[in-house]
Design a protein around this ligand. Structure first.
Ligand code: C2E
Ligand code: MG
Ligand code: MG
Ligand code: MG
Length: 282
């Protein structure tokens, strides 16, 4: 019976694989059309400054409005787009849309200092002409570099390749802030923090989640924040969901927070209302 079972499970496995690769192909085809058809949307999640209690920035988070599957989250298509290179045109679209949306928000005098944070995949730096894309998007929206933060993953900094170092220095010279996203999740090399131009470090949600219950996570988060401050790097904590987490982070001197406790990512019209109402009630 054991042998038969194994055979069956192998067949099952193969058909699962077949279905999986079929699904991938369909997804890839759909993804190619999505850009042309205008099926992508940006939602915006406010980042709150703990000193003022106000939103200082919005993180742009992509979603795919799929005709049959509904609203698809980025984790279900960004990795594929990174693999097949579509991330480059998608990333260009995100930068353009994000900056145009910010320009439209800044029409409100009270929102004139608002900034936008855009996630950038390493392939966009390596193969895309990020400098040209960013410059064009800024020009098109009549904004200067100070309006923009780029969220990059740790890997990119750790490698310390000469061309990334130069590219990041150029972006920095345009007034753009560089943020290390998901800090603490992958690599342990820290030397780059001193050598690369980093303004902000974003403590990953994985640490934040358990800071009020898990002593190790609490210790690590406190240590990360204190290390960042010694290097004059500001800290954003992502994934803040409870008051206890917020109290802990405030106590550690964390500058900015982001999470469902304050606001979920929202479409532009909704985040506009959210920001204006928050300022009225301040
Ligand atoms: P990320 O850049 O680390 O973004 C933070 C993620 O955490 C977002 O998920 C956000 O919705 C979620 N989040 C924020 N606060 C909370 C909270 O309090 N609790 C929980 N449980 N989650 C929270 P989302 O929007 O699904 O994005 C996932 C990832 O997809 C992003 O992680 C980013 O790596 C990637 N991504 C999103 N948009 C883009 C894009 O335009 N370009 C690229 N290259 N990647 C993107
Ligand atoms: Mg991010
Ligand atoms: Mg993150
Ligand atoms: Mg994350």
């Amino acid at each position: 019976a054991a042998k038969g079972d194994r055979k069956n499970s192998l067949r099952f496995y193969e058909s699962e694989l077949g279905r999986e690769s079929q699904h991938r192909l369909t997804l890839e085809g759909d993804l190619r059309h999505a850009l042309a058809e205008g099926q992508f949307e940006l939602h915006y999640q406010p980042v709150i400054s703990l000193s003022s209690g106000k939103a200082v920035s919005l993180e742009a988070l992509i979603r795919w409005r799929h005709p049959e599957r509904g609203l698809v989250p980025p984790d279900e298509f960004i990795p594929l787009a990174e693999e097949n290179g579509l991330i480059i045109p998608i990333g260009e679209w995100v930068l353009r849309r994000g900056l145009l949306d910010l320009a439209s928000l800044r029409r409100h005098p009270v929102l004139q200092d608002m900034t936008v944070a855009v996630n950038v995949s390493s392939r966009q730096l390596v193969e895309g002409d990020l400098l040209a894309t960013v410059s064009q998007a800024l020009q098109q929206s009549h904004l200067s570099g100070e309006a923009l933060q780029l969220e990059l993953t740790e890997r990119l900094f750790v490698d310390e390749l000469r061309y990334t170092r130069q590219l990041l220095a150029r972006l920095e010279n345009m007034g753009i802030s560089l943020v290390i996203d998901d800090f603490g999740t992958g690599y342990s090399a820290l030397g780059y923090l001193r050598r690369m131009k980093v303004d902000t470090l974003k403590v990953d949600r994985d640490f934040v989640r358990d800071i009020s219950e898990d002593e190790d996570d609490a210790l690590l988060t406190r240590a990360i924040i204190s290390l960042a401050h010694d290097l004059e790097i500001e800290v954003v904590a992502e994934g803040v969901e409870t008051e206890a987490q917020l109290d802990f982070l405030r106590n550690c001197g964390c500058e900015r927070v982001q999470g469902y406790y304050f606001a979920r990512p929202m479409p532009l019209e909704q985040v506009e209302r959210f920001l204006l109402e928050a300022l009225e009630n301040a």
